[in-house]
Design a binder for this molecule. Sequence first.
Ligand SMILES: [Zn+2]
Length: 327
Amino acid sequence: MALKDFFKNRQLKRAAKLHQKQGSATAGNISELKAKSAIDDALLCSLWTKCQGCNELLYTSELKKNLSVCKKCNFHHRLTAHERIEQLIDYGTFVEINDDVLPSDPLNFTDLKSYKERLKDAQQLSGVSEAIITGIGNINNQLVSIGAMEFQFIGGSMGSVVGERITRLAEYSTEKKLPLIIISSSGGARMHEGILSLMQMAKTASALKRLHEEKLLYISILTEPTFGGVTASFAMLGDLIIAEPEARIGFAGRRVIEETIRQKLPKDFQTAEYLMENGQIDMVIQRQTLKQIVSDLIRLHTQNIKKKRFSNNGSDKTIFEKILARL
Ligand SMILES: [Zn+2]
C-alpha cells in the first residue's frame, strides 16, 4: 500500500468511528468525508515527493531546502525556470525583461489539437508565458543577464519567441557589457512552428558571436534534459559549459541513434559525466555549489579584463587607477 493510501484509510476509519459514536453517520456526512479525504489526499501528495532516483519518499520541504537534490542518492530533481532563478540570483534583485515578446501561431498549426490551444494549456500549466524567462539580476552582488528555460512549457522547446528572447538578452548583454548565463532544459526545436523554429538556431548563434567579439563571458548551464536544436545552437556555444550531474545531453535521442547505427550504446551515453570525459563540456557541478562557482568564474573573468585594460593603457595609468578604485 502506498503511504498516502495508508494515511487516507486511517483518516477515513477514524472519522467513521467518530460519527458512529455520535450516531450521526448520515449520507451527508459520508459525502462530506469523501470531499475532505480528496483535499487531504492532495495535501499529502504535496507533503511528500517520491525520489525519481531511488524511489524513496522524501519530505517535500526538506527536499526543497536541499535545492531539490535527494540526500540519499544525490538525484537532481527537475526545477522550474523560477526556481532556477531563485537559486542562482540574489534575493529580490531579479528583473524580468522581454516578457512582452509573446507567442503566436504563424503557421495556423493543428495536430491532435490546435497550437493556439497548446500554448494556452502550457501557459496555464507552467505559469509562464513562454519556455524561457530572461532578465537581469545579481549573483553575489555582480550584475548578470540570465535566461532560464522552463521544461514544463511544451518540453522547453525552442520556438520563435524563445529564440527572440535569447537573442535580445544576448544583445542586451553586449550593449550593457554584462556576463550572460543561460540555463537550458529542452527537448529541441518546436515542431509547431516549423522552419521558424529552426531559424532560431542561426539567430541565437549570431547574437552570441557578437557577444563573444566584445570579449564578454557567456556561461551555459545544461540541465536534464538538453536535446535537439538547443544543444545544436546556443547551449553548446558557451565560453564555459557547465552541466548538472547525470543530466542527459545530446542531439538525437539514444533510441534513434541505436536504431540508425544498429549498435548498442554505452550505459552512460549522453550523460553529463560521459560528455565531460569526452571533452564536450567543461565541468559537472553539484547544484549546491553552482552559484558560488558561477560567481567565482564571473569575478575571475571581470578581474582579468580589468587587468588587461589597465596594462594596455600605461599612459592613462592614473585615470584607470581612479576608475578601478571606484569599481
Ligand atoms: Zn533519491
